[in-house]
Write a protein that binds this ligand. Structure first.
Ligand code: NAD
Ligand code: MN
Length: 347
């Protein structure tokens, strides 16, 4: 690549404060990556109110020309608003970003020590209950609501491959399949069997033979996640379980303001902090930019630049470890800008 074309979609609330910080970090990386070229793009509640579209067509088209993207956060109205639907869910669909990858890592007391928590949730991002096929009918006993839960072999296989591929690059090389096939034998049964079969696929050609496969029923997985998070390495789950598990796992490391993610397909990757638009602190200049900064590192990793990604993660870890420049969510008194400056200095 001559240059790296990165779509920037700050969207709403603190997204507009943390995405510029992540941009500054990418600009500071220097010659470890092709010179980044940023493409500012619109999405979210604010642009919906102005134009009637939460995800303008130009945004989707422009993203198709980019190598990667960073997304901030959207504010979703609590009431139902005609014509509005979440742009992030739509983007995942439009660009077929089938994997949501959320590493949850604590910072060890000393550099080089093993962190107490080091796991990654790999969430299927396109189906399960999120196909949003709901029906409500009146019966003689009152209303009855139903939802379709879709699990396909194709989606389970590709998310399974993503999980094994990630495990291969990690010291413990372990994949835990999360399911509830004791009750949902057909849907979760298909997910579990399909992921289990990935290492035996002909095209995989023994590549994942060194990866250990475990499995865990989803409810006990949450219980064990809180009691002994160190038992997990890569957790792969259908959409809804993965959504819940990854937010729960984020609680283990202290603040939503620390946890990054990417939405990925085989062709495109979009970094996104796990947190929302935080209307309670919007405009105060105290949003923690570290989740967005870590998301930019994760994006680089997926684009094939692990060394600069490591540099960013090490700088962030150092700032957290020293504990002198932290935003209020981590008990500090510093601003978004102070934390950004501290990270840039460590870089
Ligand atoms: P939230 O993540 O925005 O905030 C939860 C709490 O964590 C708040 O107290 C907030 O101040 C704090 N927090 C979050 N990120 C922080 C950061 N970087 N630094 C410091 N503190 C931080 O969740 P919410 O309050 O439930 O939702 C607010 C809005 O965000 C809603 O409109 C919701 O729909 C939206 N949301 C969007 C996404 C997304 O864009 N993917 C995800 C979750 C929520
Ligand atoms: Mn969620």
């Amino acid at each position: 690549r001559q240059s790296l074309k990165i779509g920037l979609i700050p969207a709403d609330g603190i997204g507009k404060e943390v995405i510029p910080a992540a941009k500054k970090v990418l600009e500071a990386i220097g010659s470890d990556i092709p010179k980044p070229e940023f493409v500012p793009l619109l999405a979210g509640w604010e642009v919906f109110q102005r134009t009637g579209s939460a995800l303008p067509e130009e945004t989707v088209e422009a993203l198709k020309e980019c190598d990667g993207a960073l997304f901030g956060a959207v504010s979703s109205p609590t009431r139902r608003v005609t014509g509005y639907s979440s742009p992030i869910v739509a983007l995942r669909k439009e660009l077929d970003l089938y994997a949501n990858v959320r590493p949850v890592v604590s910072v060890a007391a000393n550099p080089g020590d093993k962190p107490a928590i080091d796991l990654v949730v790999v969430r299927e991002n396109t189906e399960c209950l999120y196909v949003k096929q709901e029906q409500i009918v009146s019966t003689e006993n009152g209303r009855e609501a139903r939802a379709t839960r879709l699990i396909t072999e194709r989606a389970s296989r590709r998310i399974g491959k993503m999980a094994f591929e990630l495990a291969l690059g990690r010291p413990r090389k372990q994949v835990t399949i999360i399911h509830k096939s004791n009750v949902l034998s057909l849907t979760d049964g298909l997910f579990r069997e399909t992921v289990r079969a990935v290492p035996r696929l002909a095209e995989v050609n023994g590549r994942y033979d060194s990866v250990k496969i475990e499995e865990q029923i989803v409810d006990s997985a949450v219980y064990r996640l809180f009691r002994e998070p160190q038992i997990y390495d890569v957790m792969v789950a259908p959409n809804l379980y993965g959504d819940i598990l990854s937010d729960a796992a984020a609680a283990l490391v202290g603040s939503l303001g620390l946890v990054p993610s990417v939405n990925a397909s085989d062709k495109f990757v979009m970094g996104e902090p796990v947190h929302g638009s935080a209307p309670d602190i919007e405009g105060k200049g105290i949003a923690n930019p570290l989740a967005a900064i870590r998301s930019s590192a994760l994006m680089l990793r997926f684009l094939g630049y692990p060394a600069p990604a490591d540099r960013i993660d090490r700088a962030v870890d150092q700032v957290i470890r020293e504990g002198e420049v932290l935003t209020p969510d981590l008990g500090g008194k510093s601003s978004t800008q102070d934390v950004l400056d501290a990270v840039l200095k460590k870089l």
